[in-house]
Write a protein that binds this ligand. Structure first.
Ligand code: HEM
Length: 593
């Protein structure tokens, strides 16, 4: 009964005309456009035909088959057509989902207009080299919760940040962390997003990182370091700090009538690399001794980080990388590999050392490498974990140190007070040479300078994204649907009212003048510099001990001033790194050297 309607001429003509001009269609552009036009007219006819006709099952299927046939023939009949169709389809889907997301998800959260439509706003911020400033300005303009992407918000409220990071929170690390994999198919401690696996890794690594003993905090059940079992570690630190000060004394000190320009930034980076490799492998790689970036590790990391950060925004690409990683030739080219003798091939040194050592006894207490192996981390996993430790442990600490030193030397009253405190402690025999960690922690102004330096300049300013739990959450009064990505803005959270009326200013006195209650409140917010909860930094004590030793040892021996007060350092910050130099003039202080 239906047959006559369905097989009417227009519908048939579509199929027949497909075949006839086929040769012309693929032969030239003009005929291709004509053909497309014709196809569109035919499609229109078929659809209106369908709408106008009474509904019936076979007819509907007929129209559907016809449409499918038409789409397949017209959109995928040549490579160019296929490419064009795929791009058009992708664009269409992208625009529709973006508009849908814009209108339905987190639409109430204020933020820059274009940020709501694409991740390019974020990409621009990452590429600018001053991510922290853009985040800070955005948070100041739009409030503690700001929309910075189609599905991304930025949080600068310290209380809410701590709630999200708390041990029992339902938030998990976001896809952003995938970009920090050393092995594309195997997450490391930083990129592990699965909560329970991450906790297992943390417990395995905690006793080993820096050979400190750890305790389980009774309230949070989070592994933390007490920093007491550090006889060996403190000796390593002493040797490394003296190595640096000896080199400065020998090669880099200026005299009354001559100036030696000295890039303190680079040398501090050398020091932190030597310290972390000494802790990790039982011997330093010799950065300070050779005065250069051994194995080009730092250079490669500095080149890679901007790429990694941009990549972290488009994590869909990780699937491509995961596939490429399975092909040996791409794998060797694209990823760090134990055959590489430089750069992130720092893996090679790990592998060589593992091979050269007998298997560690379960109770061997030597360096980080042995400790990881003793705690059941496989040699292959250890390779990536060591690279992560080298990156996480060296650059953050050197950034913290550089920022604190710069702030001190550019504030004459602070500089005078700090040097006075150190000099008095020496005169009264309160500190040894090199200074012990416990002695340094008893110098209140030094402690205030360290807290203030890290507060004003948190070394890790990347957003460290978390994903809202499936049931959603209310943050700063806004409802966030499940799956919303919440980035943490640590720069702004360290400039909140809890620090008083002048949080933008480097003023160590605020830590001394504060009442006990206020100091506790400040300390709680300050903790965010090292993270919070189950992902809190494993190396906080190491970083603080390094600062506690380097600052007094430098200021007791040398007078330091910047070479170019207008532009003391070239700060290109991609989250962690301050890549460029920090040129200074260093002269000896005879009285206390
Ligand atoms: C001033 C220096 C440092 C700062 C500001 C800092 C900051 C941080 C922060 C904020 C996190 C949390 C990341 C997250 O939320 O996912 C973190 C994690 C971590 N840090 Fe540090 N860090 C410093 C020094 C160090 C050092 C010296 C080491 C090791 C030698 C280290 C090793 C780690 C490791 C292994 C993690 C991962 C912890 C985990 O995922 O459970 N850090 N750090």
């Amino acid at each position: 009964m239906m047959t006559p309607t369905y097989y009417r001429p227009p519908a048939i003509s579509i199929n027949t005309t497909h075949k006839a001009p086929q040769a012309e269609f693929s032969a030239g552009k003009a005929s291709s456009y004509l053909d497309l036009n014709f196809a569109l007219i035919s499609l229109k006819m078929s659809v209106s035909d369908r709408i106008g006709a009474p509904e019936s099952h076979p007819r509907f299927h007929g129209v559907l088959a016809e449409l499918t046939h038409l789409i397949l023939r017209r959109c995928f009949n040549s490579v160019e057509q296929t490419a064009l169709s795929v791009v058009t389809l992708w664009l269409l889907t992208y625009v529709l989902t973006t508009v849908y997301t814009r209108c339905t998800r987190i639409s109430g959260v204020p933020g820059p207009f274009w940020a709501a439509y694409s991740r390019f706003w974020l990409l621009r911020a990452y590429a600018s080299g001053c991510l922290w400033q853009i985040y800070h300005n955005t948070s100041l303009t739009y409030g503690p919760l700001t929309r910075i992407g189609p599905n991304q918000v930025l949080l600068s409220d310290p209380e809410e940040s701590m709630r999200i990071l708390a041990p029992r929170s339902k938030y998990e690390r976001g896809p952003w962390y995938d970009a920090f994999r050393i092995e594309p198919n195997r997450p490391n401690i930083i990129s592990q997003r699965h909560r329970s696996t991450h906790l297992r890794m943390r417990y395995q690594m905690a006793p080993g990182v820096h050979t400190l003993w750890f305790i389980c905090h009774p309230l949070t059940n989070v592994t933390q370091y007490s920093g007491k079992d550090i006889a060996n570690f403190e000796n390593i630190m002493n040797v490394r700090v003296l190595d640096l000060t000896d080199h400065i004394t020998a090669d880099w000190t200026s005299t009354a009538d001559s100036t030696v320009v000295f890039d303190l930034g680079r040398w501090i980076r050398h020091l932190t690399m030597d310290t972390i490799t000494h802790i990790s492998f039982g011997k330093p790689l010799g950065y300070v001794e050779n005065g250069q970036d051994v194995m080009n590790f730092t250079g490669v990391v500095e080149q890679l980080l901007p790429v990694v950060l941009r990549f972290s925004l488009f994590t869909e690409l990780k699937y491509v990388l995961q596939v490429l990683a399975r092909i040996p030739c791409f794998r060797r080219k694209l990823f760090p590999h134990s055959t590489h003798s430089t750069g992130l091939g720092g893996i090679k040194i790990t592998k060589d050392i593992i091979n050269s050592r007998p298997p560690p006894e379960p109770r061997t207490k030597s360096d980080m490498l042995n400790s990881f192996l003793c705690h059941g981390i496989s040699p292959t996993e250890v390779e990536s974990e060591m690279v992560i430790a080298l990156v996480a442990g060296s650059d953050t600490t050197s950034t913290g140190l550089r920022a604190t030193i710069l702030n001190i030397i550019s504030n004459p009253p602070v500089y005078r007070k700090l040097q006075q405190e150190i000099d008095e402690a020496i005169t009264r025999g309160l500190i040894s040479s090199p200074i012990q960690d416990t002695e340094a922690r008893r110098l209140p102004y030094l402690q205030a300078c360290i807290y203030e330096g890290l507060r004003c300049h948190p070394p890790l300013v990347m957003p460290r994204e978390r994903i809202a739990p499936p049931e959603g959450d209310t943050v700063c009064g806004y409802h966030l649907p499940g799956g919303t990505i919440v980035g943490l803005n640590v720069w702004t959270s360290q400039r909140t009212k809890v620090y008083g009326t002048d949080p933008e200013v480097f003023r160590p006195e605020r830590w001394i003048e504060a009442s006990d209650e206020q100091r506790r409140a400040m300390r709680k917010v300050w903790d965010l510099v090292f993270g919070y909860g189950t992902t809190k930094c494993l190396g906080e004590n190491v970083a603080l001990m390094t600062m506690n030793k380097v600052l007094p040892e430098l200021f007791r021996r040398f007078d330091i001033c910047t070479i170019d007060p207008q532009r003391p350092w070239h700060s290109e910050c991609y989250g962690i790194f301050f890549q460029k130099g920090f040129n200074v003039r260093v002269s000896k202080r005879e009285a206390f050297s």
